[in-house]
Ligand binder design. Structure first.
Ligand code: FAD
Length: 476
């Protein structure tokens, strides 16, 4: 039997990072993961993020953006290309190559940091003195592993839709949506959240007629509504995505085609027929196979493992991080919780501020934000001032051919401390870090306004927005 100081269950961005940090801190560490590669014939580390989430979706977004640019944008640069053809299978092959490289990279990092990597499904058995006992089931072969500290990082799975089964042939979850080798003529997407919008964008750019059906009457309810409204305009008017808000689904039938019967926000009954349907209505915590009940590991009524602000569960020395616990389902949140837990086990006092976790949607233009929205500040009765600036007149954005979008900075009316930064525009996934760093260091909008920003860069729009908070924008 193997004994470890720390055993991590799950090798997604939460678990593998927790394991590496624990090993760096001198703990004898093991990480158990049940993930397999696309072919299903070999272990694949990296969890949802690397295998069927963040990384593959961004690979497809890039490929589809190139195809779209070759068709629609190159001519303005004086570049003439012949007939532009698209090979979906090749795009998927490229994406698979990136996934294989990165998942293999974690194997290397485990070796480098002396993390013992075990393949199989881990479940709680009980306690042996100070050690928690886990059973590891590797395709029927069972072993026992003991750990003084257990970090549960078992992630999440797609939320099922009661109206239809996901077969990943006609009705797809994220896994199926990332593996289509032919462009569906008509694609339906249930859910206009991050995953629905990103997947809808990919297939829309390569020629699908995409319809997104969303139950909420508000588009991107979690985002600042000024930014959300601007995004809705670009996606629907300029890019041709059909987005129906406030929809009630009535019936879904999957055969040769997928038929969706729904009622619109105006109360009209409608039927839509699609070649493929992507279901992207959120994700649910994954505690399947953990045998949590055997040891009394507490879950809430939605299935999340209950943790305190520092990721402690109700059981001594059992921690839980990432998608399987409360908070945003984001890879970087999972990773930072992993680092913090490893450091807490080592007696350190790390701190993770949920208010400064950035959010990004990788559409075109991209959307990113950190901190409070205007709607939240109003609801909380906080007095604030705001500054906005656009990419339309930014030289670098013009050169890129992406001169659209807005940056908005919200600051406390009295102290000028930055309360939120909201962006839509080119590469704002990268620009948002300035807002995150600023908020982490309790910066005022004046601090950003007084920092020299390189010219010509997209970051000058952030600078202008900060100047605009004090009504002294130079280019506005
Ligand atoms: C299409 C898509 C796009 C996304 N894009 C982004 C993005 O751009 N940015 C972002 O921040 N987030 C994105 N996300 C979300 C992100 O993938 C998750 O937040 C992140 O993967 C959560 O990490 P985790 O470590 O908690 O869990 P996971 O990544 O889900 O990993 C959990 C691991 O635990 C293993 N496991 C589960 N149970 C057991 C068990 N009993 N024994 C052993 N192993 C077990 C699983 O096999 C899996 O490998 C995206 C998600 C999807 C689906």
């Amino acid at each position: 039997m193997s004994q470890f100081d720390v055993v991590v269950i799950g090798a997604g961005p939460g678990g593998y990072i927790a394991a590496i940090r624990a090993a760096q801190l001198g703990f004898k560490t093991a990480c158990i993961d049940a993930g397999v590669n696309k072919a299903g014939d070999a272990p694949a580390l990296g969890g949802t993020c690397l295998n069927v989430g963040c990384i593959p979706s961004k690979a497809l977004l890039q490929s589809s953006e190139h195809f779209h640019a070759a068709q629609h944008d190159f001519a303005a640069h004086g570049i003439t290309v012949g007939e532009v053809k698209f090979d979906a299978a090749k795009m998927i092959e490229r994406k698979d190559g990136i996934v294989t490289k990165l998942t293999g990279g974690i194997k290397f990092l485990f070796q480098k940091n002396k993390v013992t990597s075990l393949f199989g499904t881990a479940s709680f058995v009980g306690k042996n003195g100070d050690f928690w006992q886990l059973e590891v089931d590797d395709r029927g072969e069972k072993t026992t592993v003991e750990g003084k500290h257990i970090i549960v990082a078992t992630g999440s799975t797609p939320r099922p839709l009661p109206l239809v089964d996901i077969d990943n042939v006609n009705v797809l979850d994220n896994e199926g949506a990332l593996n289509l080798t032919e462009v569906p003529a008509k694609l339906g997407v249930i859910g206009a959240g991050v995953i629905g919008l990103e997947m809808g964008s990919v297939w829309n750019r390569v020629g699908s007629e995409v319809t997104i059906l969303e139950a909420s009457p508000v588009f991107l309810a979690a985002a600042d509504q000024q930014i959300a409204k601007e995004a809705f305009k670009y996606f629907t008017r300029e890019q041709g995505l059909k987005i129906e808000l406030g929809v009630k689904l009535n019936k879904i039938t999957s055969g040769e085609k997928v038929t969706v019967e729904f009622t619109t926000a105006k109360g009209e009954a409608q039927t839509a027929e699609f070649d493929k349907l992507i279901v992207a209505i959120g994700r649910v915590p994954n505690t399947h196979g953990l045998n949590a009940e055997a040891v009394g590991l507490q879950k809430d009524d939605r299935g999340f493992i209950v943790v305190d602000g520092e990721c402690r569960t109700n059981l001594p020395n059992v921690w839980a991080i990432g998608d399987v616990v409360r908070g945003p389902m984001l890879a970087h949140k999972a990773s930072d919780e992993g680092v913090a837990v490893a450091e807490r086990i080592a007696g350190q006092k790390p701190h993770l501020d949920f208010n400064t976790i950035p959010w990004v949607i990788y559409t075109d233009p991209e959307i990113a934000w950190v901190g409070k929205t205007e709607e939240q500040l109003k609801a909380e009765g906080v007095e604030y001032k705001k500054g906005t600036s656009g990419f339309a007149a930014n030289g670098r954005a013009m050169g890129l051919g992406k001169a659209k979008g807005t940056v908005k900075i919200l600051a406390d009316a009295k102290t000028d401390r930055i309360l939120g930064v909201h962006m839509i525009g080119p590469m704002v996934s990268e620009l948002i870090t300035e807002g995150v760093v600023g908020m982490e260091f309790s910066a005022s909008s004046e601090d950003i306004a007084r920092i020299v920003h390189a010219h010509p860069t997209l970051s000058e729009v952030v600078h202008e927005a900060a100047l605009a908070v004090d009504k002294r924008a130079l280019h506005g």
